[in-house]
Design a binder for this molecule. Structure first.
Ligand SMILES: [Zn+2]
Length: 262
């Protein structure tokens, strides 16, 4: 972890935006991403989990989640809300910067954060940030990088957390002719690791929030909690299905419920 991993991130993800070895590697071996992140998860007694990473904003979210620890007396409204909004603004800023390397580099439409908290006076134990897909949108040499990333999220991440079999994602099932929001498209994709890895006694204490990023927090001048709160949203039907299957409580993921009693 630490410096070596940051160098791996830089070599595997960031430099790929310039000369794109990731694309070459991914096309050659689509089931073998260039890097994995070893995450400790919510249970300190459980073995670490290797999380495969193919997108820069996911990597940034994992780095923050690993290196920035909540103060012992932090509460979700005091700490998670501003951190999520800061991450959203960083994602938007990064995409602006990365656009100088590419013809197109879309900002993510949303970011998400899940955390494990047993309420006052307990500390926030673990959290995980994530973004929906952004960047890498260019059609390069006939290959749609964004499509490869979507495939990776659906087949390598979501199916690993809960195998949806042949089930059509609820968003698409509801509007098959106009909707393309498939399993793995959402910002909650990586944060679902927290719920998936929590044991049965912990699952009811996993909370999650998604926030509109662009337009949304990424387009606002500041990221105070009042602004950030207006950009929070609840889980889509795809994510509601995952919350059920992973054993979470739907109310913990509603935008106006933070588990705080005061
Ligand atoms: Zn969703």
């Amino acid at each position: 972890m630490g410096r070596n991993w940051l160098e791996t991130i830089f070599n595997g993800v960031i430099t790929s935006l310039r000369n794109n070895p990731f694309r070459t590697a991914y096309l050659a071996r689509p089931n073998n991403p260039p890097i994995t992140y070893t995450w400790l998860g919510p249970d300190i007694l459980a073995p670490p989990v290797d999380i495969p990473v193919v997108e820069i904003l996911t990597a940034v979210g994992l780095i923050i989640s690993e290196t920035s620890r909540p103060p012992a007396n932090a509460t979700p409204l005091q700490w998670c809300l501003p951190l999520l909004s800061m991450y959203g603004k960083w994602c938007a800023t990064l995409c602006d910067e990365l656009a100088t390397y590419q013809a197109t580099c879309a900002k993510p439409t949303s970011v998400a954060m899940h955390w494990l908290w047993k309420g006052h006076p307990h500390p926030i134990e673990e959290y995980l940030l994530g973004s929906c897909i952004a960047g890498n949108t260019a059609n390069q040499n006939g290959q749609w990088i964004r499509g490869l990333c979507y495939h990776f999220r659906k087949e390598r991440i979501m199916r690993r957390l809960w195998d949806f079999g042949n089930e059509i994602a609820p968003e698409i099932a509801a509007n098959p002719k106009t909707c393309f929001i498939d399993w793995g498209h959402c910002a909650e994709t990586y944060p679902f690791y927290l719920l998936a890895l929590a044991d049965g006694a912990q699952k009811g204490f996993v909370y999650g929030k998604a926030m509109r990023c662009a337009p949304g927090i990424g387009d606002l001048d500041g990221y105070d909690s009042a602004q950030a709160m207006t950009e929070c949203r609840g889980p889509c039907p795809n994510c509601q299905k995952y919350i059920d299957e992973l054993g979470g409580l739907q109310e913990n993921f509603l935008p106006d419920y933070w588990g705080e009693t005061n």
